[in-house]
Design a binder for this molecule. Structure first.
Ligand code: KG4
Ligand code: ZN
Length: 349
């Protein structure tokens, strides 16, 4: 079964063809990231306009790369939410129109759950992918860490899963983005912090880890504020010193130390929770997913502390892509949606 996946929940316009939920035949991603960088974050209106411009060429490229004609496509899967309403609308309306015009079943997909399914892609004729050797066995735990979400899920089967914990405030990717902004590092903050941290000392600044009773919930807003206070202190100022002045007065070395210390604390917080969940639920595998899963220090920390095998998608399948949408539809689909009625759900749980 060949599914064409379509993803447009944020600033990436993506289309992919995946066969039987595990063979990646194509994955095309056009990002409007460059247009947002000057603003330090995604501007929803710009993202939506960009999706309109590129979505049809992206889909055509995905079909061409997969050497597939429309006749060979069995179904269309599209991100229904959560995400930016204007962005989601472009993907969903395009998918609805194509489902009607090409007479294909249409499957709505939850973007956050779909991140897990990047780990089910185990084969591809395409060059340059490092994929898991086999599909994860149940039960497994997933740590989904992105710009909008930080949650631990327990999957007993494709249809039987629950959230063990989630962030009570900022998502971890959001914390990376905000700390990068404080340090004057370019957006998106995750890769910038990751890079700056390589030359910094992770022990230089002691930052607090949030302790939330015995739950699996996270909190990252305190860590972000503690990093801001540490930066103000490093330049000899107090909490009244404006954060937008900090990039000018911090030295490159101080920025690197702050980035490394923040990253170490964020990574340890996530790893502490996963180690605890592993010993309580005894999974057969632990999966990493979402944009922050691209972080090498998070991968290393989990690999060295977990007893269970750690599965990570290829870096290109960690950040937003449509292959995960097509794979998620294959394994989790229920009844196809009515292409005349499918609505976006920006705050989909
Ligand atoms: O999954 P994703 O592409 O979009 C959402 O669904 O949010 O994740 C984007 C997030 C951003 O916050 C970005 O800063 C973060 O993933 N990210 C990283 C890295 N690469 C991307 N965070 C830490 N280290 C990285 N190498
Ligand atoms: Zn995402």
């Amino acid at each position: 079964m060949k599914i064409l996946g379509i993803e447009s929940s944020a600033d990436e316009t993506a289309a992919a063809v995946v066969e039987d939920g595990n063979v990646l035949l194509s994955s095309v991603i056009a990002s409007s990231l460059d247009l947002h960088t000057v603003y330090g974050g995604i501007v929803p209106e710009i993202a939506a306009r960009s999706h309109i411009e590129v979505i049809i060429p992206v889909i055509e490229q995905a079909l061409a790369d997969a050497k597939s004609t429309w006749e060979q496509i069995d179904a269309i899967a599209v991100t229904q939410g959560p995400g930016l309403i204007g962005s989601l609308l472009i993907g969903v309306l395009t998918a609805r129109t194509l489902a009607i015009a090409k007479d294909k079943p249409l499957f709505p997909v939850n973007h956050v759950l779909a991140h897990t399914y990047a780990n089910f892609i185990t084969g591809t004729p395409l060059p340059g992918y490092q994929l898991n050797k086999a599909a994860p066995e149940f039960p497994f735990l997933t740590l989904i860490v992105s710009g909008g979400h930080s949650q631990i899920m327990l999957y007993k089967s494709h249809k039987n899963y629950n959230i063990l914990g989630q962030t009570r405030d900022d998502a971890v990717g959001e914390a990376f983005d905000k700390v990068a902004k404080i340090l004057g590092l370019p957006y998106p903050g995750g890769p910038s912090i990751d890079l700056a941290a390589k030359t910094g000392d992770p022990q230089a600044i002691k930052l607090p880890k949030a302790k939330l009773d015995n739950s699996y919930d996270f909190s990252f807003s305190g860590l972000k504020t503690a990093t801001l206070r540490a930066a103000q202190e490093l330049v000899g100022k107090d909490y009244t010193f404006p954060s937008y002045e900090l990039p000018k007065v911090l030295t490159a070395g101080q920025k690197a130390d702050l980035a490394a210390s923040f990253q170490k604390t964020a990574v340890e917080t996530l790893a502490d929770a996963m180690v605890r969940a592993e010993s309580e639920f005894l999974p057969k595998a632990v999966l990493l997913a979402g944009g922050v899963a691209a972080n090498q220090s998070l991968r290393n920390e989990l690999k060295s502390r977990l007893k269970t095998p750690l599965l990570c998608p290829d870096i290109k399948l960690c950040t937003d892509n449509a292959a995960m949408i097509a794979a998620a539809a294959f394994y989790g689909h229920k009844q196809p949606a009515d292409p005349y009625k499918l609505e976006v759900i920006p705050n989909l749980n």
